[in-house]
Ligand binder design. Structure first.
Ligand code: CDP
Length: 216
């Protein structure tokens, strides 16, 4: 992971927004919009786990795959957004040594001068417990499965609602039930249930929360 760390070696303290939540809750859209609105950098930490998962599907041992992760593994992020890689990511994400190998890069990114938004599962609890703003974005499993089904179909994957819902539930159980850095809201996180919200509404709520903290 040392090559990834050098990417942010000049980082300094900035404003950090931690956005956690389960699959397809809207974290990605909200994080990108918050970052664009405030001019912050954005890191989708799920891509790190997905890149490790893809390397493991290719035959590498998970810990070696995480420790030798390279920026080149993160280019073409859309190639990482398959159901098979998501599943592999959540399997490698239970391994403490895999998580440990990815911590320094995420924390260095969070300290970037100019501000940073990180989204994932453990940003507000483990990676950046002192983040300036913490959001936990949720939605019902059925709503999330419907959103993920649309995303996958739009990207040319053939699947169906029952399969996607089962995947979402299995990942929720694995991510929430693991011993190391389980997906749980930080005690001081603002909860944002997007089940009944359009993307624009959820984005506006998140931007308002960050703006309020910056003004205080
Ligand atoms: O896009 P989606 O929300 O479906 O998943 P993702 O954020 O790309 O994360 C894929 C998997 O990586 C998750 O199911 C988690 O198991 C794992 N992950 C994690 O453990 N910790 C993070 N900070 C980010 C992702």
């Amino acid at each position: 992971m040392s090559r990834l760390i050098t990417v942010s070696q000049n980082a300094q303290s900035g404003f950090t927004v931690a956005i956690d939540g389960p699959a397809a809750a809207g974290k990605g859209a909200i994080s990108r919009a918050v970052a664009a609105h405030f001019g912050f950098a954005h890191l989708d930490t799920g891509l790190l786990y997905r890149a490790v998962g893809r390397r493991v599907l290719g035959g590498l041992d998970p810990v070696t795959a995480a420790q030798s992760l390279d920026p080149a593994d993160l280019v073409a992020p859309d190639s990482l957004r398959t159901a098979q890689i998501a599943e592999a990511a959540s399997r490698v994400a239970v391994i403490p040594e895999v998580r440990a190998a990815l911590v320094d890069f995420q924390r260095a990114f969070a300290r970037r001068l100019g501000g940073a938004v990180l989204d994932g599962r453990d940003i507000g609890t483990v990676i950046c417990p002192a983040a300036d703003v913490k959001l936990f974005v949720t939605a019902s499993p059925e709503v999330r499965a419907a959103r993920r089904l649309k995303e996958l179909c739009d990207n040319g994957f053939e699947t169906d609602f029952a399969t996607v819902l089962a995947d979402v539930r299995a990942r929720d159980a694995r991510d929430g039930g693991r011993a190391t850095a389980p997906m749980v809201p930080a005690e001081d996180a603002l909860m944002l249930d997007t089940s009944m919200m359009a993307v624009d509404e959820a984005v506006a709520a998140a931007i308002a929360a960050v703006a309020a903290r910056r003004a205080s």
